[in-house]
Design a protein around this ligand. Structure first.
Ligand SMILES: NC(=O)c1ccc[n+]([C@@H]2O[C@H](COP(=O)([O-])OP(=O)(O)OC[C@H]3O[C@@H](n4cnc5c(N)ncnc54)[C@H](OP(=O)(O)O)[C@@H]3O)[C@@H](O)[C@H]2O)c1
Length: 286
């Protein structure tokens, strides 16, 4: 199965590395040339445009910043058309976008062959095959990429025919993660200010059932790291804005989601936009 990966950011590179390790032939494209360097050395073929990368592929994985980027790149795939007798590739968007964007991408995809496939997990987890994927779309399109789901990821959850539903679950998960880290930062700051021993605080936080396992690998960073990670505060602010928007226009307002969104946006505005989400603690240090 031939795979194209569009977007050579943190996650696109991680997926490509894993696919190459598994033996998939992979073509890659990135808006800014030159970011695929070491992956080309490992066997990836670099294409000059999204359509060139997608031609001849069975699956096209998008890994792009946000809603606007995914729409732009999808519209550039239109030129491959739907005249391919095999039906053409299935486009799978692994980016985190609004549910309505996922539905619009399905309508824009060549031949409507689209699935939403947001990822739960870090880039190291993707490289090591430990990440999870949520998949939404027509079952036939999902099944056409069966080897990708079963080999690239440790777990696969089918979320139904509507691609937007996979994004709803993804945004709920990220809301829990981001709010957990923002609260963990306050717990650490409060403990310190009250004179708690740092080593004992670390030990207890690692063992308390009240601290979600997904927060464990951010604990060192929140207590004293330099915020070199894999998921930026800018992306976190975007995800929280989308999560807080899930109830619009008629559902209840989500004041806590808005508050947490503001914390990450403020961290990004204060110069931590490219730093890992643990940098939200800097607002307490300032
Ligand atoms: N990092 C994580 O741990 C993680 C985990 C799960 C999900 N996600 C989601 O996965 C997606 C990618 O995340 P990432 O961490 O890999 O981000 P990233 O490192 O910032 O990479 C973003 C990619 O999007 C491209 N891009 C941005 N705007 C574009 C446009 N208008 N047209 C074409 N390409 C464009 C960038 O190209 P250039 O190089 O040209 O700028 C780059 O390749 C995001 O939606 C994120 O929320 C991330």
């Amino acid at each position: 199965m031939r795979v194209a990966v569009l977007g050579m950011g943190v996650m696109g590179r991680a997926m490509t590395r894993r696919l190459l390790t598994l033996g998939f032939p992979v073509t890659v494209w990135n808006r800014t040339p030159g970011r695929a360097g070491e992956l080309v050395d490992l066997g990836a073929v670099e294409a000059g445009s999204p359509a060139e990368a997608a031609r001849g592929a069975d699956g096209v994985l998008l890994s792009l910043t946000d809603d606007r980027a995914t729409r732009e790149v999808m519209s550039r795939l239109a030129e491959i058309g739907s005249g391919d007798p095999s039906g053409g590739p299935v486009v799978a968007d692994t980016s985190t976008v609004a549910p309505d964007t996922a539905r619009a991408l399905r309508d824009l995809a060549p031949g409507g062959r689209f699935v939403a496939a947001p990822i739960l997990g870090s880039s190291p987890a993707v490289v090591e095959g430990r990440a999870m994927v949520l998949v939404g779309g027509e079952r036939g399109h999902v099944d056409a990429l069966g080897p990708v789901w079963s080999q690239l990821f440790a777990s696969f959850s089918y979320c139904g025919r509507d691609p937007g539903d996979a994004l709803v679950f993804k945004l709920l998960n990220n809301y829990l993660l981001m709010s957990g880290i923002a609260v963990l930062a306050e717990v650490a700051a409060a403990g310190r200010a009250a004179g708690a021993d740092d080593t004992l605080l670390h030990d207890l936080l690692m063992r308390w059932p009240t601290v979600a396992p997904a927060l464990h690998d951010r604990l060192d960073d929140v207590l004293g790291g330099d915020h070199r990670g894999w998921f930026t505060t800018s992306l976190a602010a975007k995800d929280l804005r989308l999560a807080a928007g899930l109830t619009e226009p008629d559902g209840p307002a989500l004041p806590i989601a808005r508050l947490v969104e503001r914390r990450y946006a403020e961290a990004a505005e204060r110069g931590w936009g490219e730093a890992d989400i643990g940098a939200v603690v800097e607002l307490l240090r300032a």
